[in-house]
Ligand binder design. Structure first.
Ligand code: PRX
Length: 641
């Protein structure tokens, strides 16, 4: 944990500048952010930087009017940058497509016009359920242009998860595709949309991009083909208030219902553009590849918005990073001369397992900087990334942040000055971020001690609220330590001031970097006719971070069988999506519960992982622990067979 890797002199020159800017950002936030807000254009200037009169509902750049689509497109499409490449889109199979800033501007305008023609206007909810195709950023930017509040749903989610998001975001329009590709297979997206609409309160319009050419049903009067409704021309960008919502993105928490995180039109763009610049120091000629999915916040902030706000050229890749062969990622880097690669520890660990021969068979010399996001990176994976992929020349920007924070909160800054890196540490806070580590008693812990990471001051990228649930916003984030933002992770600050992130402090798992609420899966399981009770927890996995394990009891009349388990898994897949399916489901006769009836997930997990179960004095039925122990013995024995 204490290994330090001195950075090349060329990166070190600016460390004093980092310290200066950081200090300035906390001591004089008004003047600091007034200057940094110039990274975007404002139709009318803001008259105040921060309004904290209704804290913790902080509002930034008060009365400023702006538009995300204008800032991403019009600023470049109408000058010498118009022919600069915005995206090189790489499909899972076949030829890449290149779109320039001007080309993107034209396409976004044409789609914005189509949306207006359908009667969609400022403030309306629009759900976007698309694979990783260019129409995804086009749809997001077209909504942003007219002020419609979009909600992108990851195309790996199932029909119930989609229906819930359509309803919660009050979407009367869904933008989807006939199908998407995943490792050569077609995912029938339109079919899932049809099923989701049946479960939802209903929608007025479904816009369908022809992509996989699979057979679909089109409902007349409701469903339209995307390319048939486009209308060339110019749509004036709406002059939106800084605090008008830009999008809602759902993320898992500690209850069954996902939280609709709302980001706004002013603070969010200022935050994502500045943090990308600070973290990665992109140059005009660089090719940036953020290998995430647009359905997650990483894709929103760092495939779509920040790179376009900075006028960068991005690679956007449709498929899986190890398909058709394990060298896919390295092949793309070589083929397109990628300079900055931003990916997840899960991806690194997966590719590391395939071995060095794959990266070594490609010329990766275009790479200058590497980044990671999504989960703590273990030092072994860090080293492989640094030594084998970056040839010990490329600093690793380990970015710690979350859906709610909009952009990076803790990360080394290649722009302001890199500290010496310590493999596994995200290093220091970005300007404006004021972290502290508290114990349960709300007192700051000593350096080197584990506690909750909390941000003491607001920053422009902080969400506006949780959609239709202000109480949840306050309860989840601002109540454990009043008026301070609880990130929900454990962390340590070492004696040199470096932050080490240690994973979630709540009932949330990280499965391949995806955030999954154990209770969300439990709620799904207990809604099934066979299942009486369910306990879900994470089992550490060397590649995925966590895998999902479920212990369930059955209702009377149902017998334990492989068929029951398979049928439960099948329904989780259809309702919530493949990423939410437990890797193992174990049927037992009883689960340990407290006397008040709460399932003691922690006890089951401990027995399963062969750890000490901790305090079980509140346990209602000790026999159930024995039952779990017996079940685990049988599972282990079966595994050994
Ligand atoms: O637990 C932290 C982990 O991912 C959580 C946020 O998940 P999500 O909202 O889905 O956003 C993921 C992309 C930003 C955090 O609470 N996490 C994210 N990045 C890191 C991390 N944990 C350790 N190190 C990181 N770099």
């Amino acid at each position: 944990m204490n290994e330090t890797l001195p950075m090349d002199e060329k990166y070190r020159v600016g460390l004093a500048r980092y310290r200066q800017e950081y200090k300035e950002s906390l001591e004089n936030p008004e003047s600091f952010w007034k200057e940094k807000a110039k990274i975007i254009d404002w139709f009318s200037p803001f008259d105040k930087v921060l309004d904290d009169s209704k804290k913790p509902f902080y509002r930034w750049f008060i009365n400023g009017k702006t538009n995300m689509s204008y800032n991403c497109l019009d600023r470049y499409a109408n000058n010498e940058k118009r022919n600069k490449v915005a995206y090189i889109w790489v499909p899972e199979k076949g030829e890449e497509k290149v779109v320039t800033y001007y080309g993107l501007y034209r396409r976004v305008n044409a789609f914005a016009k189509a949306l207006l023609n359908l009667g969609i206007k400022k403030g309306d909810g629009v759900t976007i359920y698309l694979p990783m195709i260019l129409e995804a950023p086009i749809a997001m930017l077209a909504c942003a242009r007219i002020g419609a509040v979009f909600n992108v749903v990851f195309s790996g989610f199932g029909e119930e998860a989609l229906a819930q998001r359509i309803d919660d975001s009050n979407s009367k329009t869904v933008i989807t595709a006939d199908g998407g590709f995943r490792k050569g297979k077609i995912i029938e997206l339109k079919k899932i949309v049809d099923a989701a609409i049946d479960l939802s309160k209903g929608v007025d319009n479904v816009i369908v991009v022809k992509n996989a050419n699979n057979k679909i049903n089109m409902e007349s009067g409701r469903d339209y083909y995307y390319d048939q409704i486009l209308e060339d021309g110019y749509v004036k960008p709406e002059e939106l208030d800084s605090s008008d919502p830009l999008f809602i993105l759902y993320t898992s928490g500690t209850t069954g219902k996902p939280k609709g995180i709302v980001h706004g039109n002013g603070g969010y763009p200022v935050w994502v553009a500045n943090t990308l610049k600070w973290g990665f120091n992109p140059k005009d000629e660089d090719r940036w590849w953020c290998a995430a999915d647009i359905g997650w916040i990483t894709g929103h902030s760092y495939i779509v918005f920040a790179p376009l706000l900075l006028g960068m050229t991005s690679i956007m890749y449709e498929g899986a990073i190890d398909y058709p062969k394990p060298d896919r990622m390295w092949d793309i880097i070589e083929r397109y001369g990628v300079n900055i690669l931003y990916t997840s520890p899960t991806a690194i660990r997966l590719l590391m397992k395939y071995g060095e021969k794959y990266p070594l068979s490609h010329d990766l010399s275009s790479l200058k900087t590497l980044g990671t996001v999504g989960e703590p990176i273990n030092p072994a994976a860090w080293h492989w990334y640094y030594d084998v992929i970056g040839k010990s020349r490329c600093p690793i920007i380990d970015t710690y942040w979350q859906t709610e924070t909009g952009g990076f909160t803790i990360a080394p800054s290649a722009h302001l000055g890199l500290p010496d890196l310590k493999p596994g540490s995200a290093t220091f806070p970005m300007p404006g971020i004021d972290p502290v580590i508290y114990g349960d008693d709300g007192k700051e812990v000593k350096d080197g001690e584990k506690g909750y990471i909390v941000l003491r001051k607001p920053w422009p990228g902080l969400m506006l609220t949780v959609n239709r649930d202000e109480k949840r916003y306050m309860d989840v984030y601002f109540s454990k330590f009043p008026e301070q933002y609880l990130m929900g992770d454990y962390a340590i600050k070492d004696k040199d001031g470096y932050y080490w992130l240690l994973g979630r402090s709540d009932e949330v798992l990280k499965v391949s970097g995806h955030r999954i609420g154990t209770i969300e899966v439990e709620d799904e399981l207990v809604a099934m006719k066979e299942v009486a009770e369910a306990a879900v927890f994470g089992k550490p996995d060397t590649v995925k971070g966590d895998t999902i394990i479920a212990f369930v009891t059955l209702k009377d009349g149902y017998e334990k069988s492989v068929e029951v388990i398979n049928s439960i898994k099948k329904r989780v897949r259809a309702d919530l999506g493949p990423i939410m399916v437990p890797e193992e489901i174990h049927i037992v006769d009883a689960v340990p519960k407290t006397r008040s009836g709460k399932i003691m997930r922690r006890v089951i997990k401990a027995v399963y992982l062969n750890q000490l179960p901790g305090d079980i004095s509140t346990l209602e039925n000790e026999a159930s622990v024995e039952e779990i122990k017996k079940a685990v013995e049988i599972i282990k024995k079966e595994e050994g067979d």
